[in-house]
Design a protein around this ligand. Structure first.
Ligand SMILES: [Zn+2]
Length: 246
């Protein structure tokens, strides 16, 4: 699970809240990581079609840097777009989204406005977040949108219900697992986040069963889940206070 890739500064592309910065990867690192994955798969005879590179939020780097690198290696990207930000500074234009689709990449929804915690929104808001985004993307790509990724990884019964009514088939979570779950007629797929401190060896480590990167991400996720449930509504406020002081 990637977010943005940048050439000079993490502020070039995508969402700019304090929590998003660690998910932005330098272009030269991303290039090395993709090449390392391709080399690893060749060496281990893993078909490249089994590797899923996903990208969240809809930043301008999707079309500017990421897709051209994936294209060189014949890889398909899974690009998840928060549609409210299209055609604004640091995000893709509608034409760029259409081009990604026409070049064989997957376009999916990542909600409309990317609420801080979608699971805390009321039923009507959750419905509109998915409905607006899916309708907007379908108009742009002139095709069905059947993929979604969860903003912030938040999930609830309402979110599942509304995704299903929007015609979504596959939902990418932020849970670091290779297990897939069938819920309400949809497939839920886990992802391992790539952060700015990771190099290509760490990324390759994600491919290895029982590897330390997988274990570490799994432990972190479980701890975070406990912290979130203990802090409840205060979690996002405390997190952003801590991050703003870093
Ligand atoms: Zn996001």
């Amino acid at each position: 699970m990637y977010h943005d890739v940048y050439l000079e500064t993490p502020h070039e592309s995508g969402l700019q809240n304090a929590g998003s910065q660690k998910y932005k990867v330098r272009l030269c690192d991303f290039e090395k990581q993709v090449k390392a994955v391709v080399d690893h798969c060749r060496a281990k005879e893993i078909p490249l079609s089994r590797v899923m590179f996903t990208f969240d939020d809809g930043g301008s780097s999707f079309s500017k840097f990421i897709a051209p690198i994936l294209d060189v290696h014949g890889l398909k990207g899974y690009f998840f777009v928060s549609t409210h930000y299209l055609d604004t500074d640091g995000f893709m234009t509608r034409d760029e989204v259409a081009n990604l689709h026409h070049n064989g990449h997957i376009i999916g929804t990542h909600s409309h406005t990317h609420p801080a915690n979608l699971s805390k929104c009321d039923e009507k808001t959750i419905e509109q977040e998915w409905e607006k985004s899916v309708t907007c993307l379908q108009e742009i790509i002139q095709d069905q949108v059947v993929y979604a990724s969860l903003p912030g990884g938040y999930i609830s019964e309402s979110i599942i219900k509304q995704l299903s009514s929007c015609g979504i088939h596959k939902v990418f979570t932020s849970i670091p697992t290779t297990r897939q779950e069938a819920i309400a007629g949809m497939t839920f797929i886990g992802r391992y986040p790539v952060t700015c401190s990771m190099n290509e060896r760490h990324v390759i480590n994600i491919f290895l069963k029982h590897s330390y990167v997988r274990c570490l991400k799994s432990i972190k996720w479980h701890i975070l889940t406990v912290v979130k449930s203990l802090l409840g509504d205060n979690y996002l406020r405390i997190r952003s206070e801590i991050l703003s002081k870093m």
